[in-house]
Design a protein around this ligand. Structure first.
Ligand code: SF4
Length: 345
């Protein structure tokens, strides 16, 4: 059975054409299940507008993630949605209010659990269960959008920074991102869709080679192999210099800046030596260094204090010749911040 949310638009087109659909029918179907976000009604509404064979080939009814809980932080307006999959697994999605009034970005999960084992991340401590299907990724955004629409807000961006390493679920993540950007899907501009990785070089190169139009973010953890081995142990099996070389290939090929996410941990990776190592590593590669305070409910890792952060920023300004920004990781009070998603009901 076909699910229009399970295939990239181009692949769906191939299947639909084989069943007699024309351009208009394909657009109507995709628009009904992704664009409008009305699943069964959308399909039934489209019934008389698409070839009968295609309509009968569509999975009926289309499954949905079950929304189990929604929470909004009274402090900063970040929201977290806890979904349950058809097979009973927990998936979390975060709604990030943007500076532009009414605009929201959605942080999507791509796996249940994560095998990368980052020391500061709650998802790493969950049992690693499985990759999410394309429709399960798309449905997070569709349901988030239905939710904010009632409040007069709009989803204008998506980041693949929720539970899981997106590049370990490459094909489904790319199919989902293509559905999110296509004009009769969710119509989110490609530059407003960011794919994040902890630094899987073959997949970064594939992403570059395939000329995917989305933004790339690489989570470094630390600038030396020794520190990365402590903080992002699986990713650190690849030397950080190779990760940066892949980032450079991408940046030069696409004439863009790669975002480097750097989780700041007091006493661990925010010293003068870390700033110098970052400068040596980055060199003249076009990147933007995003500093994010660690959030670790276990208390094992603490964010830098004001003085430590200022000293680190000063050192970065001496050693790193690329833009450095501090990124806010919100929703700490509802366990929605980076590194705290653990599927807890
Ligand atoms: S930070 Fe990302 S890559 Fe690392 S364990 Fe958590 S979800 Fe996985």
């Amino acid at each position: 059975m076909l699910d229009p949310r399970d295939l990239a638009p181009t692949d769906f087109e191939v299947h639909a054409r084989a069943l007699g659909a024309n351009d208009l029918a394909i657009r109507r179907l995709l628009s009904a299940v992704v664009g409008q976000g009305i699943h069964d009604r959308g399909i039934w509404g489209a019934r008389f507008q698409v070839p009968r064979r295609l309509f009968e080939a569509i999975r009926n009814p289309l499954p949905r993630l079950i929304l189990e809980r929604a929470e909004t932080s009274p402090i900063d307006g970040f929201s977290k949605l806890l979904f349950r999959t058809v097979d009973g697994l927990a998936v979390e999605t975060v709604l990030i209010p943007l500076h532009r009034p009414g605009a929201v970005s959605v942080c999507l999960s791509s796996q249940v659990g994560c095998a990368m084992g980052c020391a500061f991340c709650a998802t790493a401590r969950m049992p690693r269960r499985r990759n999410l299907e394309t429709w399960e990724i798309v449905d997070q955004l569709v349901q988030a959008r239905e939710r904010v629409r009632f409040e007069g807000r709009r989803v204008t961006g998506a980041v693949f920074m929720g539970m899981g390493e997106p590049f370990l679920n490459y094909d489904r993540v790319m199919a989902a991102a293509e559905l999110l950007r296509c004009s009769y899907g969710a119509a989110i501009g490609a530059p407003a869709i960011t794919i994040s990785t902890v630094g899987l070089v073959p997949e970064i190169d594939r992403f570059t080679r395939e000329r995917r139009p989305f933004r790339l973010s690489i989570s470094l953890g630390a600038a030396t192999d020794a520190k990365r081995a402590e903080l992002v142990p699986i990713a650190a099996r690849t030397p950080v210099a190779e990760v940066m070389a892949a980032a450079r290939r991408h940046a030069l090929d696409r004439r863009t800046r790669v975002m480097l996410a750097y989780v700041c941990i007091s006493g661990r990776n925010v010293g003068e030596d870390d700033a110098r190592a970052l400068g040596d590593l980055i060199g003249d590669t076009p990147v933007r260094l995003d500093l994010i305070d660690v959030t670790d409910p276990t208390g094992r890792f603490r964010p830098p204090g004001d003085d430590e952060r200022k000293t680190f920023r000063d050192a970065l300004s001496r050693y790193v010749g690329q833009p450095v920004v501090r990124r806010y990781s919100g929703g700490k009070d509802i366990q929605a911040a980076c590194g705290t998603l653990a599927g807890l009901a």
